[in-house]
Design a protein around this ligand. Structure first.
Ligand code: GLU
Ligand code: ZN
Length: 290
């Protein structure tokens, strides 16, 4: 592996609660992938939604990553510190943006936004800002899912970039941050539906999108994804090596991992043995005592 400072991967948890096995899998996958390419790995805390933040979640996430040997190669980044850049990108997108006062109820019957407010070009209080996606077609090559094509107008519709409550929307913040320096985004397939609109936003900003790989998501036996909402058990840092072994197991990486291996040794093994082509299409369902 030849070091390449230009390659940068990232893990971008939202501080809504402690990390669980599903989050560890995403962290480990992005880590092993970029390290195998010789690149650097970066932790970004997506803390733009204070109403959803859980007390001490950021500290707990960083503590858990560190216990698992997952060390950020750059200082921890916080989206909450990017406000100036988000204002800049919002202004840049102003020619394609409009102010939307539609209520959830008014939109309930539509699969995609019907364009009601498209002509509200002047700022309105308590309105969301949307960007017109027009008939833009987005194609990208996902390293796991292959060639992807989306017609934004019919599949996604005009996208909220600033929420009614004034908060920057996830898609805009992610687009602005992932396009800057990130070269490889490895994340769960639950986020796949946001990718084409994020690429649209990057294109509108004149920025180059990263390369994407969307990994299968860890679910319970009933197919529901592990999440903080359904109280997925928090990782126990005291069993970090065990947790890493489990994460590799779910990723279909079975190898000579003995009980005595340290987290560093396990990660080094993971970097060597990482292979996107060998990922299972579906992960073995989660069981709390695997
Ligand atoms: N912060 C997002 C989340 O925790 C993930 C962002 C991303 O990977 O695009 O769901
Ligand atoms: Zn509207």
């Amino acid at each position: 592996m030849v070091p390449n400072q230009k390659l940068l991967g990232r893990f971008a948890p939202s501080p809504t609660g402690p990390l669980h096995m599903g989050s560890l899998i995403a962290a480990v996958a992005s880590y092993c992938d970029i390290k195998q390419r010789g690149g650097r790995w970066h932790v970004r805390i997506d803390d733009l939604d204070p109403p959803r933040a859980a007390p001490n979640a950021t500290e707990s996430i960083l503590q858990t990553l560190s216990a698992h040997g997952l060390k950020s190669d750059l200082p921890i980044d916080y989206q909450s510190q990017h406000a100036a850049n988000y204002t800049k990108v919002l202004n840049h997108l102003a020619p394609q943006s409009f102010f939307c006062t539609c209520t959830r109820k008014q939109l309930a019957d539509f699969a995609v936004y019907p364009g009601t407010c498209r002509y509200n070009k002047k700022a309105i209080e308590n309105a969301a800002t949307r960007i017109s996606v027009g008939e833009n077609k987005i194609t990208f090559e996902d390293l796991i899912l292959g060639k992807q094509e989306h017609d934004l107008g019919t599949e996604f519709g005009d996208c909220i970039i600033r929420r009614k409550d004034g908060l920057i929307a996830y898609n805009l913040a992610t687009a602005a941050d992932d396009a800057e320096e990130i070269t490889h985004v490895v994340r769960g397939q639950d986020l796949y539906p946001t990718t084409s609109v994020q690429i649209h936003l990057m294109q509108a900003l004149g920025l180059t999108p990263p390369i994407y790989a969307h990994i299968p998501v860890l679910t319970y036996a009933d197919g529901k994804k592990l999440s903080k909402q359904n109280l997925a058990p928090a990782l126990n840092d005291a069993f970090a090596a065990n947790n890493l072994r489990d994460a590799f197991f779910y990723l279909g990486m079975h190898g000579p991992q003995t009980e005595s291996w340290s987290v560093q040794k396990l990660l080094a093994w993971g970097i060597t043995n990482w292979n996107l082509d060998n990922l299972p299409a579906k992960l073995t369902p989660f069981s709390a005592n695997s």
